[in-house]
Each structure stands twice: as structure tokens, then as C-alpha cells.
Design a protein around this ligand. Structure first.
Ligand SMILES: [Zn+2]
Length: 258
């Protein structure tokens, strides 16, 4: 039990770091540029007001100095970090695979936050991530290099072609280049076998949420679906995590009875 508490706390701390990444990357601030400031009044945040999860609620969701509201994104990413860390530990307790899927899941969380807030899946995360996934396949036995490479080519390739066809047919940008690179990144870490699952499940999740947005938020406008009303990256990241946490096994069981 004690180990789970430590894993959860480590996940909270990681989530706290990912918040720094999500906040600073779009501002072109250095990630390691020292302590965080309130984005509103720029006052330095003391450590006791910067505790993952706790400070948000202790402060009543407001900056102590200027009373500006603090975004829900901060506790949400911290909690997600803690939950994902627990889930990783439950699935791969003490395994070398934590070295692979820990950084992978952290990258997915950062990309999810950036895509939700800024519609941006930065190359500075996705491209080194693809290389890292390929390198891991050479170092560790979870995937062969060929499975990882085929995952990059098939994942990225399918999305590239889909985006190209959509653009030719409609004259509008559909799939962003960031989605192509994120799918290639997922292929590099989870291998080519994950690609059909991730594409189908992300499309299904996206459809459900898209439909809900139409029903509850009026994302549908006269003249058609408000294009790019919803970023696609979070659905790809979610589907990749579902695959990692057993969705792949479930699919094999359903399809092949293995
Ligand atoms: Zn402030």
C-alpha cells in the first residue's frame, strides 16, 4: 500500500511539472527558468502555495496576491498525473516497462493539455518522442524495432493520407500536421498492432464528444459543423492510454478469442 502512495505522490509532482510545460512552452519561456509566477499578477508563487492538488483548494481557487482565479487545468493535470502513475504501476509493477511508458504517458498528458488550451501539438515534443520510441525499441524487448518503425509509418502515414484526401475533397484543413506526428509517436511506443485500435477508439471517442458538443454547446452552426471545434489530439492520447492499460488485450480477446 505504501508504495502506491509514493507512486501517486510522484505522479502528482510529475503533473505539476507538466503544468509548467503546458504553461511555458506556448510563451516560449524556458521550462527550467525557475519558480512559477502567477500568470495574472506575475508575483512569484511560494512553495506552500504551489503544492500539487492541495494548494488549489486551500487557496480557494484564487491567487493569494491578486485574487485572480486559478485555472482548473492545474489540479486536473496534477490529478491525471497521479492517476496515470498509479495505473502504470498497477499494470507494470516494478517492471523496466515503466521506463518506457512513464515518459510516453507524461508526453501524452502534456500534449493533451497543450492541444486543449492552444490547439497545438508542438514538434518539440512529438518529433523527439518519435525518435525516443524507436530508440527504446532497440534497447528494450517490449517491441521489435520493426514493429515500432512500422507503427510510425502506418500511424503517421494513414493520418497523413486521410488529411490529404479530406483537404482535396473539402478544400479545408482537416487533420493537422500535429495529429499526424502524434499518431506516429504513438506507433513508435505501442507498435503497429496498436494502430487500428487507436484510430478506431479515438474516432469513436471523438464522435461521442463531438455529438455531445453539438447537443449541449451548439457547436453546429448554420452552414455546417464548426471546423476544428474540438482538437483531436486528446482523443488520440486517450485511445493510446486505453490500449496501454489493457484495451489491446481486450481487443485481441474479442477478435481472436486468445
Ligand atoms: Zn496573482
Amino acid at each position: 500500500m505504501a508504495i502506491q502512495v509514493l507512486v501517486f505522490l510522484a505522479g502528482l509532482a510529475l503533473g505539476s511539472f507538466l503544468n509548467v510545460v503546458i504553461t511555458r512552452l506556448p510563451l516560449e519561456e524556458r521550462i527550467w527558468a525557475g519558480r512559477s509566477r502567477c500568470p495574472h499578477c506575475r508575483v512569484l508563487i511560494p512553495w506552500y502555495d504551489n503544492l500539487p492538488l492541495a494548494s488549489f483548494f486551500l487557496l480557494g481557487r484564487r491567487c493569494r496576491s491578486c485574487q485572480a482565479p486559478i485555472s482548473w487545468r492545474y489540479p486536473a493535470v496534477e490529478l491525471a498525473g497521479g492517476m496515470v502513475a498509479l495505473a502504470l504501476w498497477a499494470r507494470f509493477p516494478g517492471s523496466y516497462q515503466l521506463l518506457i511508458y512513464g515518459p510516453f504517458a507524461a508526453g501524452l498528458l502534456a500534449l493533451t493539455g497543450l492541444d486543449l488550451e492552444h490547439r497545438w501539438l508542438p514538434d518539440v515534443i512529438t518529433l523527439p518522442g518519435i525518435v525516443l520510441g524507436l530508440v527504446f525499441s532497440l534497447l528494450f524487448p517490449h517491441l521489435t524495432f520493426l514493429e515500432a518503425l512500422a507503427g510510425v509509418l502506418a500511424g503517421g502515414g494513414i493520418f497523413f493520407i486521410l488529411g490529404w484526401v479530406y483537404e482535396k475533397l473539402t478544400g479545408k484543413m482537416g487533420m493537422g500536421g500535429g495529429d499526424v506526428k502524434l499518431m506516429a509517436l504513438i506507433g513508435a511506443f505501442l507498435g503497429i498492432k496498436s494502430v487500428p485500435f487507436v484510430i478506431l477508439v479515438s474516432a469513436a471517442l471523438g464522435s461521442v464528444v463531438g455529438l455531445a458538443a453539438v447537443l449541449f454547446q451548439g457547436a453546429w452552426r448554420r452552414g455546417g459543423w464548426r471546423t476544428a471545434a474540438i482538437p483531436y489530439g486528446p482523443f488520440l492520447a486517450g485511445a493510446a492510454l486505453l490500449y496501454l492499460f489493457g484495451g489491446g488485450d481486450l481487443l485481441r480477446l474479442l477478435m481472436l478469442g486468445e
